[in-house]
Design a protein around this ligand. Structure first.
Ligand code: HEC
Ligand code: HEC
Length: 133
């Protein structure tokens, strides 16, 4: 099993993540449906990860997240897994973490911690479909 913290760091997009994630703060509120990220991730760190996804793929939050079902509501239901893109993103997070762990373990900082060499943006470069560009 990959330690959760390392997995979170690898899965997130490098530019947005290096600052901050190391400082673990108590969770500000519960996130309901985290399967890859640490369940006690702080709101700040979760925001950094999500902003990284958004930038790496050149999309808005609604690319992966569904809207609330409540009639008249235009809020997002972030915990919902309704949109297939969200689950694809989970596969991508696992894949990215595995690439870093398996093939870039030599990539260490001065503290000896593995630095994620590959992140979403490495392939996506601001496109949701990197193979078309
Ligand atoms: C590329 C897809 C993608 C994009 C874009 C994205 N997210 Fe997410 N988001 C996810 C995935 C995947 C998870 C679940 C991660 C897990 O299972 O550990 C998640 C989880 C969340 C959660 C936690 C929900 C819960 O209670 O379980 C919040 C809040 C959230 N995202 C907010 C946002 C916001 C705000 C944006 C836009 C800035 C955004 N996301 C953009 C894929 C995305
Ligand atoms: C090794 C290269 C690579 C990395 C790293 C990568 N992706 Fe992808 N991703 C792809 C390719 C290629 C596709 C297109 C697959 C297809 O549809 O044929 C894709 C597709 C996706 C899709 C589906 C888009 C759609 O409309 O169907 C999502 C969502 C996604 N990636 C999110 C992420 C996230 C989030 C990360 C970082 C955690 C990430 N990817 C890292 C290569 C990569």
């Amino acid at each position: 099993m990959i330690p959760f913290k390392k997995l979170a760091v690898s899965a997130a997009c490098l530019v947005f993540i290096l600052v901050g994630i190391a400082a673990t703060r108590p969770p500000e509120h519960e996130h309901k449906n985290l399967k890859i990220l640490p369940k006690d991730i702080s709101d700040d760190d979760l925001d950094k990860v999500m902003d990284g996804f958004k930038a790496a793929l050149g999309v808005k939050c609604g690319f992966c997240h569904a809207r609330e079902k409540t009639p008249g509501s235009d809020h997002m239901d972030f915990a919902s897994d309704e949109k297939p893109e969200k689950n694809i993103a989970r596969h991508m997070m696992k894949m990215t973490a595995k690439i870093n762990k398996k093939y870039f373990s030599f990539n260490k900082n001065e503290q000896g911690e593995t630095v994620p060499a590959v992140s979403c943006i490495t392939c996506h470069r601001g496109n949701s479909h990197p193979q078309d560009h």
